[in-house]
Write a protein that binds this ligand. Structure first.
Ligand SMILES: [Zn+2]
Length: 80
């Protein structure tokens, strides 16, 4: 019987309870803990990407507002 390489448990049920065939040397608890940690890292990365996108969007909005202001100013100078 296989033993978990992390904790020594024998509760290794590869392919059952939602597990795929990977990490067959991990017990069910360590298998899911590993995925949970990976998800956390992924979520942090996505949050950082989202923050960067928000910053970019704010910059674009500001440029757009500036361009509109310039346009209105030009129009008013042209008497329209
Ligand atoms: Zn384990």
């Amino acid at each position: 019987m296989n033993q978990c390489k992390e904790c020594g448990s024998y509760a290794i049920n590869v392919g059952k309870g939602g597990r795929d065939e990977s990490d067959s040397d991990l017990c069910d608890v360590c298998y899911w803990r590993k995925r949970w940690i990976e998800r956390g890292v992924e979520i942090e990365r996505l949050r950082a990407d989202l923050d960067a996108l928000k910053e970019t969007l704010a910059g674009v909005k500001s440029m757009h507002a500036d361009a509109l202001e310039e346009l209105y100013e030009l129009r008013s100078r042209m008497g329209r």
